[in-house]
Write a protein that binds this ligand. Sequence first.
Ligand code: SF4
Ligand code: SF4
Length: 189
Amino acid sequence: MSETRSEAREYAPPVIKAEELDPKFKYKISKMPGAEKIMACFQCGTCTADCPIARFSEFYRPRRIARMVQLGLKDRLLSDKALWLCSACFTCVDHCPQDVEIAGIVRVLRNMAVAEKNVLPLVYKELATNLMKSGFVYEIPETRLQKRVEQGLPPLPKPNVSQVVKIFEVTGSARLLEKVQTVAKVESR
Ligand code: SF4
Ligand code: SF4
């Protein structure tokens, strides 16, 4: 597909209304660990050009996320399904000429979305629940463990599940997982 056709298909966000802008939002975000450099973004687009997810999505653009934070489009950001597409590969962080940590900013926004909008994609809830119950993010089937033995690999370390549960309880994550509403699937197009 030619570049022109691809550009034409790109997602066009709705017109921004003045009342949507929260001028304090960027200052609040810049106080969060990982998001301190948000004001330094000068919209060069390197992050989007190199982002592996942007390559396959018509609307996921890390540069746009940075600009939306700077403009204070908080409600749009926290309700934006694009937030959940970032794979946290940190390519954007490695390549940004201004040292802006887009991956960190996305993490901060995701945490805010869960805390303030009470939403989480189902897959994240499942992974967190696995972690809380077994100490592993993915459930490891018995056949896989048996294969390790056959290959002469050492056994996996046994997680201390009661301590993991305690962390979930102390941090409020266990309660949060119980009440959070889930989004079944986030499409990239
Ligand atoms: S690479 Fe850095 S400065 Fe350039 S648009 Fe992305 S975040 Fe902003
Ligand atoms: S960390 Fe997220 S935004 Fe950055 S390049 Fe990877 S997928 Fe894209």
